[in-house]
Every structure is written in structure tokens, then in C-alpha cells.
Design a protein around this ligand. Structure first.
Ligand code: NAD
Length: 493
């Protein structure tokens, strides 16, 4: 069994408390590594290292181009170590090896993209109304960034936060989820090879309520970039408000995947199935509410059911597996609870609905891919994020009703729309209160496309050029070119 330490100021650092947390492989149901149970003293060390790196270290003096080259090299190193890191993520979170490989290639591209952006962050010169005054703005790093990540895609979230933060010139402390920390520690150590100066990127591990809360409260953390549940996000937002810290929040969702009667039914059925059963439903963007036009509902649901029945559960490292286990015990229990809630509220169980059994899946947290029909949008199964393989089918009559049901939810992360009518596609896109609309596809991402939520799904955007703005402050300089003090606003006579 491997034992890990924090990564602070360019070296491994055992937790001050000498306490560790077991990291469990959800497929085998056994402990495979142990990670530090950090506390406030570890948090202090990491933030102090980041602050030193940003103020007096080589990072502060480096040209933007040089910074960019290091960030790009980090992406290259991620590609070189992709197999090793993908395997670690599979052992920690039980997601499919093929998925994790794809995600890491995406994360590497994100590092390279923001590496290229580092020396294109520019200030402006304003033609202000005052004569003899040069007015200019500088874009400056916001300060030490705290990146808190969720367990489902650790190194992807790491990249989405750290690459733009480093491009902006910030230093970062990463607090990964206690359920999947190992890849973040291994990866942080790799950044040293890329030439990243000590202290610019630190990883502190442990429970959210301990080291996470201490980091959030820390007076030298200027900005918090969080990915996780809306409940934790709200708690962190409240603390940040007390200290007037900046936040970016990537939170949960209950996304509608909306199928109209003129859609390509086969494509839409595949989109519906992969939109909820991909990653065992453990995606913020899971298309967990399948809205189907009543005129095609029975025929369409039959197609979805057929595709669902062909899903192969198994070892996430086996390339033949379509769906792995749930990532951890609390998540497994939560999914089973929601199955009971849906039944009690009157939804009809079409398939699944219980722990999965069979050869090759003993001991893991497997739940059968589950579909409920006769769901109404006011049921808890339609309103609350489950983060598991449960699909709720809801019927609608027309476009207006699809929009009304789609938006009748606290969340606003993403939506799928399936139609051949381009006018309808555009109307739906404008009417849906979500950060991303997928038209005739589902779960397509690009590191160049802004991603984030409306409503309870979050604040701010990751990916694309605007992501870097989360990590920048604008500073204004007004410089007088007047002689004899005439440039002052108040000149005594
Ligand atoms: P979570 O909110 O339980 O934990 C997220 C992180 O916050 C973990 O690192 C945890 O240790 C930390 N944390 C917990 N309490 C804290 C506290 N008081 N102070 C500081 N840190 C604290 O979420 P999770 O279960 O890890 O992830 C699943 C959730 O993440 C789902 O709601 C999912 O939708 C959401 N998510 C959102 C996105 C997105 O991009 N919008 C992506 C993936 C996951």
C-alpha cells in the first residue's frame, strides 16, 4: 500500500498531525493508499509558501512568456505520464480507464492552451477626458488562489483551475477531495520537472471540514475556485463573503435532456443513455431529467430501455466495461436511498432499481442502471441531484411546456436539445436558463468553450479566454505629464 504526503513548497511534507486517511478502491472495496489528514497548521505552511512564491520568489519576476512555457511543459508532462495518472484515478474513483485517459488528454490541452495565453494578457490605455494625463490599466494576479476540487475528475478540475490561475501569475494551493487525492499529489510533484518554482503550486490533503475550512478562512487566500456540491459551495461562499474574498463556483446540476418529436430518435436515445449512465451518472452535467414529447414518448423510451439493457457493468480497467461502480460508500448509499424516494413518491420503475450483482462485480459499489417513468417535475427525484445512474422520464406537450419544465429547477448547468428544426433549436437555447446547451449531442466539452452554471449551479466560468479573468485584478494608473503641479485635482491659489 502506498503512503502519500502533502506537496508544499516543492517537496513532500508529512502531515503535522501524523494522521492519515485510507483511500479506498471502489471496485475492489479495499484500501489501496493512504493520504494525509491535514489540519490548519499544514494549511498555514502551504499558503505561506504560495504567498512567498508570488511576492519574493522567481515566479513574481519571471516574464509572462517564460511562465507560459512552463505551463505548456506541464501539459506535455501530463501526456508523458498519462497512463500512470489515469490508472491512479481509476483506482481512486472507479471511473472507466478509457474515460480517465480521455479526460487527462483534455486536461493536458487545457494546460497548453493557458500556457499560450499567459503572455497575451494585456492592459489598456484610455483616452480619458483630462488633459496632460496618461491613463492605463494593468491586469494583475489576484493573489493566492485556493482550488478545491470534487472527487469525480480530480486532474481535470486541477487543470481547469490551476492552468488559468498560473497563466495570470497567481500561486495556488489545491485541496483535492479526500476520496480521490492521490493523482493530485503525484501530478504536483511532476510540475517541478517542468520547471515550476517551489511554492507556486501546493497540494494539501484532508477532510473538507478540517483543512478545507482552514484554507477557506485563511487571511492570505484571495480567491477560492471551488468544484463540488451546491451545499458545500454555499457554505464556502458565506465564509468568503465575510472576508470579502473572490469566488468561482462550479456546482451541481439536474440537467434536462429534451427530445422533440422531429429528432433523430436513434441519436437522441444514445445521447440520453450516455448522458446519464456515462461515468455511472457521477457528472455535474448528467442529463438526469429526460424530457420527451408525449407524441413519441412510448417509442422513444423503448429505444432508451433497449440501449440501457445492453450496458456492461464490470472492472473499470477492462476496456469492455461500459459502467463502473459508484465511487464511494456514501455515494452508493445515497443512490439507493433516492431509488426508494422515487418509488415512494409514485414514479414507475422501468428497469434497474437495486444493487447490481454478478460475476466480476462482487465487492464493488455497483447499482443497476435505473430508469423511472411517470415522473412529474415536482417529485424529489426530478428536483434533487442524485449523482448516480438514475434517469427520470418526464413527458411534455409542446415547446413552451418543455421550457417551463426545463427551467422549473434550482439548478442551471446544462441542457440537451434534440430537434431537426433549427429555429426551435435557437429559441430553446435562448430560453433555457443554463450555462451550456448541447444541440443534437450531449456532454461535448472543449477547453476553449466557457463552461459554468446559472442559478444554484454556480458563479463564474471555466475554460476559454474568459476563465483567466477569475484570477486577475485590474489596477488603474493615472499619470500626470503636466509641469509645475498643474496636473493635481486641487491647486491652492
Ligand atoms: P463536496 O461538496 O462534498 O466536496 C467538494 C470538495 O469540497 C471536497 O474537496 C471536499 O473535501 C471539500 N469540502 C467539503 N466541505 C468543505 C468545507 N467546509 N470547507 C472547504 N472545503 C470543503 O462535493 P463532492 O461530493 O466531492 O462532488 C460532487 C458534487 O460536485 C456534485 O454536486 C457535482 O455536481 C459537483 N460537481 C460540479 C462540477 C461542475 O463543474 N459544475 C463538476 C463536477 C462535480
Amino acid at each position: 500500500m502506498r503512503s502519500y504526503s502533502h506537496w508544499i513548497d516543492g517537496e513532500f511534507h508529512a502531515p503535522n498531525s501524523q494522521a492519515w486517511i485510507d483511500s479506498i478502491d471502489p471496485y475492489r472495496g479495499e484500501v489501496w493508499a493512504r493520504i494525509p489528514a491535514g489540519d490548519a497548521t499544514d494549511a498555514d505552511l502551504a499558503v505561506a509558501a504560495a504567498r512567498r512564491a508570488m511576492t519574493t520568489g522567481p515566479w513574481a519576476k519571471m516574464s509572462a512568456s517564460e511562465r507560459g512555457r512552463i505551463i505548456t511543459r506541464i501539459g506535455d508532462l501530463l501526456i508523458e505520464q498519462l497512463e500512470l495518472l489515469a490508472e491512479i484515478e481509476v483506482r481512486d474513483n472507479g471511473k472507466l480507464a478509457a474515460d480517465m485517459r480521455g479526460q487527462l488528454a483534455y486536461a493536458a490541452n487545457s494546460w497548453r492552451y493557458f500556457g499560450g495565453l499567459a503572455d497575451k494578457i494585456e492592459g489598456t490605455v484610455m483616452p480619458i477626458e483630462k488633459p496632460d494625463t496618461v491613463a492605463m490599466t494593468f491586469r494583475e494576479p489576484v493573489g493566492v488562489v485556493l482550488a478545491i476540487t470534487a472527487w469525480n475528475s480530480p486532474l481535470t478540475f486541477f487543470a481547469l483551475k490551476c492552468a488559468p490561475a498560473l497563466a495570470a501569475g497567481c500561486a495556488v494551493v489545491v485541496k483535492p477531495s479526500e476520496f480521490s487525492t492521490v493523482s493530485s499529489i503525484e501530478f504536483a510533484a511532476l510540475t517541478k520537472e517542468a520547471g515550476l518554482p517551489d511554492g507556486v503550486l501546493n497540494v494539501v490533503s484532508g477532510y473538507g471540514q478540517d483543512v478545507g475550512a482552514a484554507l477557506v478562512e485563511h487571511p492570505h487566500v484571495a480567491q477560492i475556485s471551488f468544484t463540488g456540491s451546491d451545499v458545500t459551495g454555499a457554505r464556502i461562499y458565506e465564509t468568503a463573503a465575510r472576508h470579502m474574498k473572490r469566488v468561482a463556483m462550479e456546482l451541481g446540476g439536474k440537467s434536462p435532456n429534451i427530445v422533440f418529436e422531429d429528432a433523430d430518435m436513434d441519436a437522441a436515445a444514445m445521447g440520453a443513455v450516455s448522458g446519464i449512465f456515462g461515468a455511472t451518472g457521477q457528472m455535474c452535467t448528467a442529463g438526469s431529467r429526460l424530457l420527451v414529447q408525449n407524441s413519441i414518448k412510448d417509442e422513444f423510451v423503448a429505444k432508451v430501455l433497449e440501449a440501457t439493457r445492453s450496458i456492461r457493468l464490470g472492472d473499470p480497467l477492462d476496456p469492455e466495461t461500459n459502467m463502473g461502480p459508484l465511487s464511494n460508500t456514501p455515494q452508493y448509499q445515497k443512490v439507493l436511498e433516492y431509488i426508494d424516494i422515487a418509488k415512494a413518491d409514485g414514479a414507475t420503475l422501468l428497469c434497474g432499481g437495486k444493487p447490481a450483482e454478478g460475476p466480476g462485480i462482487q465487492g464493488g459499489h455497483f447499482v443497476e442502471p435505473t430508469i423511472f417513468t411517470d415522473v412529474t417535475n415536482d417529485m424529489r427525484i426530478a428536483q434533487e441531484e442524485v449523482f448516480g445512474p438514475i434517469l427520470s422520464v418526464i413527458g411534455f406537450e409542446d415547446e413552451a411546456e418543455a421550457v417551463a419544465i426545463g427551467n422549473d429547477i434550482a439548478y442551471g448547468l446544462a441542457a440537451g436539445v434534440w430537434t431537426r428544426d433549427i429555429g426551435r433549436m435557437m429559441r430553446m437555447t435562448r430560453a433555457l436558463e443554463v450555462g451550456t446547451v448541447w444541440g443534437n449531442t450531449y456532454r461535448t466539452y472543449s477547453y476553449m468553450m466557457p463552461f459554468g452554471g446559472m442559478k444554484r449551479s454556480g458563479v463564474g466560468r471555466e475554460n476559454g479566454l474568459e476563465a483567466v479573468n477569475e484570477y486577475l485584478e485590474t489596477k488603474s494608473l493615472m499619470l500626470s505629464t503636466a509641469t509645475g503641479g498643474q496636473g493635481n485635482a486641487f491647486v491652492p491659489r
